[in-house]
Design a protein around this ligand. Structure first.
Ligand code: SF4
Ligand code: SF4
Length: 182
């Protein structure tokens, strides 16, 4: 992730909005629409429930921020619940690059596991950058939805790598809370 508006720290690999968004061709777009519709319906139900309790839904106020010491998205072989690069990238060079970066243990070969940082941070590929333009290009996500979707994608990725009960997820949620827009 490198023009890094928010990227202040660790290695950040591809944060894939699993498996909700895939590339903009005809077949996956059906999935996008189906998932988007489901997500909206779920959100409407959640919003009403929260309103009924006098609370606002948390995600509406979130501003995405990367968290130092996480690195979950640098695990590139994410498993079957995440869209594979073949379903995300239109350019075959991106697919080849993605797999060439994937080590035998599933982690990016450029990821420094001891320090949890990217060893090529200033030169990392565009798809490693969590930015509105990248989310728009790869997943068709509008800028106004960027923060919400980036936060959701990070949570999914962190849960997948470190688990739902993990210090990494706790740290992320705390960081997001601190950067809420209101
Ligand atoms: S190049 Fe590798 S280590 Fe660096 S941000 Fe991308 S996935 Fe992470
Ligand atoms: S999963 Fe999110 S918080 Fe963790 S390193 Fe990647 S971009 Fe940062």
């Amino acid at each position: 992730m490198m023009t890094a508006i928010h990227l202040r720290n660790t290695g950040m690999g591809s944060v894939v909005p699993s498996p909700k968004y895939v590339r903009n061709n005809a077949m996956p777009r059906l999935n996008i629409l189906a998932m988007a519709r489901k997500r909206i319906q779920t959100r409407q139900v959640q919003s009403k429930a929260k309103r009924d309790n006098g609370k606002q839904p948390r995600e509406e106020n979130e501003k995405w921020s990367c968290v130092s010491g996480c690195g979950a998205c640098c695990k590139l072989a994410k498993g079957p619940s995440f869209a594979p690069p073949e379903d995300i990238f239109m350019d075959v060079d991106d697919i080849v690059l993605y797999w060439s970066m994937t080590g035998p243990d599933g982690w990016c070969v450029n990821y420094d596991k001891i320090n949890r940082t990217c060893s090529i941070y200033s030169e990392r590929p565009y798809f490693c950058r969590v930015e509105p333009d990248v989310f728009k290009k790869l997943y068709g996500i509008n800028e106004k939805n960027f923060n919400k979707e980036a936060c959701g994608s990070c949570r999914d990725t962190i849960k997948n790598v470190y688990g739902s009960i993990s210090s990494e997820l706790e740290n992320f949620n705390k960081a997001i809370t601190k950067t809420r827009t209101n």
